[in-house]
Structures are given as C-alpha cells and as structure tokens.
Design a protein around this ligand. Sequence first.
Ligand SMILES: *[C@@H]1O[C@H](CO)[C@@H](O)[C@H](O)[C@H]1NC(C)=O
Ligand SMILES: *[C@@H]1O[C@H](CO)[C@@H](O)[C@H](O)[C@H]1NC(C)=O
Ligand SMILES: [Zn+2]
Length: 327
Amino acid sequence: MLPARSAVLALITLLALHAQRCLAWGNLGHQTIGFIAQEFLAPNALSFVQTTLGAQYNFSLGPAATWADMVKSEPAFEWSKNLHFVDAEDDPPTSCSVEELRDCASQVCVLAAIANYTTRVVDPTLDAEQIQEALKFIDHFVGDIGQPLHVEAVAAGGNDIDATCSGSRTNLHAAWDTGMLTKNVDAVHGGTSEQYAADLIQEIKTGAFSSLTADWLSCTSTTEPVNNKRADEDAGPSIERDVRSLIAARDADATVVPLECPLVWARESNAFDCSTVFNFEPTVDPELCEGTYFTNAIPVVDLQLAKQGFRLAAWLNVIFDGATMLA
Ligand SMILES: *[C@@H]1O[C@H](CO)[C@@H](O)[C@H](O)[C@H]1NC(C)=O
Ligand SMILES: *[C@@H]1O[C@H](CO)[C@@H](O)[C@H](O)[C@H]1NC(C)=O
Ligand SMILES: [Zn+2]
C-alpha cells in the first residue's frame, strides 16, 4: 500500500495532468500572443483595450489572454469549452484540411466564436462586463486557432497520444501547448512571456519575420483557395473585409457570416499537423522535447505565436481604427 503522503502526491500529479489536458497554448503562449498584440495596437484600439480591461489586467491583452482558459472549468462557463478549437476531420500526416461546413456545422467552434465575439465587442446593447468578456474571448481564440492541435480532430487533438517531454510523461497536445514552449522559453527567452514577446516583436519589426507580415495580414498565405469568397472580394485587405461584413450583418440583424481570415488561419495551423506535428512515432521514440522533433517544432511555435499576436492587433485595429494600420 502507498504511504499516505505518496498517495496524496500521486493524486495531485494526476489532477495536474488532467487540468493540463485541455489548456490551450498554456498561459505562457497565450500571454505572449497578448503582449505581442498590445505592441501593435493603433490609438483607438489601444484606448479601448486599456479602458475595457482596466487595472485588473494591467490594461493589457497579455494578462487578459488566459481568462478564457481559467473560466471554462467553472460551471457558469462550461458551455464555452468547445469554442477553443475546431475538430478538423482530416487525416494527418497524409492529408490535412479544414472545411467550415464539415468541421463546424454546429457553429460551436473557434471559427464561429471569433465571429460572434467580434460582433459582440462593439454591440452597444451589451453591458461593460459582456464587452470585456467579448474582448477576452477574442484575445484568447485568435491565439488558440494558431495552435495546430486546436485545429485537429485526431486523438482528441493529440490529447490521447502519449509522449514524453524531457523524460516526463505528457501527451502530444500538452507538449505543443506548454512542454516544448516552456523548455524553449526557459532556455533562450529568459523564462517569461514578457521577454519572449519582446524577442518575437523584435523579429517582427526588424528580424526574420519582418518580410512576412504583409502576407500574414492578407489572409491568402495558405496554399488552399478559400471557397467562400464574397462579391466584394477586391475591396481591401481581407481582415478589413471580414470585420466590415460582420458589422454590416449585425446591423442588418442577419446570421453570423462565415469569415475568410479565421478559416485561412485555421488552415495554416492545421497544415503543420501534416508537415511537423504528427511527424513522430510515439511507440518508437516518444520524446518530443529533445532532438530533431524539438528542433523542427520550435520555429513553428515561434512563427505561430508571432503571427497570431500580430493578427490579433490587426483585427482589433480594423474594428476600432477602421484599418489594420500595420500595412
Ligand atoms: C504593467 O504594464 C507596464 C507596462 O505598460 C509594465 O511596466 C509593468 O511591469 C506591468 N505590471 C505588471 C504587474 O505586470
Ligand atoms: C455568442 O456569445 C454569447 C455570449 O457569450 C453566447 O451566449 C452565444 O452562445 C454565442 N453564440 C454563438 C453562435 O457562438
Ligand atoms: Zn483555449
């Protein structure tokens, strides 16, 4: 029989593992995305964010980005837990794809959630708390959609695939949410989301990512054509088209419009399931935080966090300043 102390420790470990199963990007990743976005906000968007979030979140999208993960285990917010992902019914690593009708027919998925909270964040009939919630959901979901395993149905987004991270038991999903990310941030980014964000901001402004940002905003950087192009498809950058059509639909009291950009973002992160994420044999070598797997994964993590942070700023800028203000 186990001594009481070990039993308690084992229970705590089990609970911790369980809690980790559904976290997205983990707090470190989400805060990093929020801090990156904060840096690129245009004046009206910045002012809205600061006023709406207040001192409780240090006036910043960084600290506010984890709220949606914290509340989803509370009874009052349990309904929101299926908004954090879209179950792409594809077949990685052989074939990757996301189809809105196939994978989000119920409208309960991250694609529809981004649309819903974009209309709500500017809905004058909502109260201050509802507006703040809408902003915190956008802050979080634009991050989640960039995590390849949040855009994958296989093995519950990799949760059911056992793996190890530096020898510790984990699963594929958790390793992508937190394990590999934490190891890398501890090793080369000072161990904090603030420093990690500062390093990625530098890459965006003057480093390796600076030549990519126009493509990030175009919503056409995927190899797959978007099949729900609208008639006004030449009317400016896609992010601006998306947000304007949403607001127009809300004013006309229409149903939620399928958006072009979130689908493109989802397809981009889902493509990494074929190129990188499922590129391992759990029974042969379950280790994800060492060697080739880790070396190949970290650039994907850096890219996805930087990209979604930048896109989050662009999205809010269009809503509050009328244009991405980042072109
Ligand atoms: C709050 O944000 C400011 C920058 O706007 C930063 O200097 C300060 O360290 C932050 N405070 C906390 C507690 O994170
Ligand atoms: C939109 O958000 C509200 C408030 O959180 C929620 O009650 C509703 O179910 C959401 N609608 C959709 C279609 O997701
Ligand atoms: Zn999430």
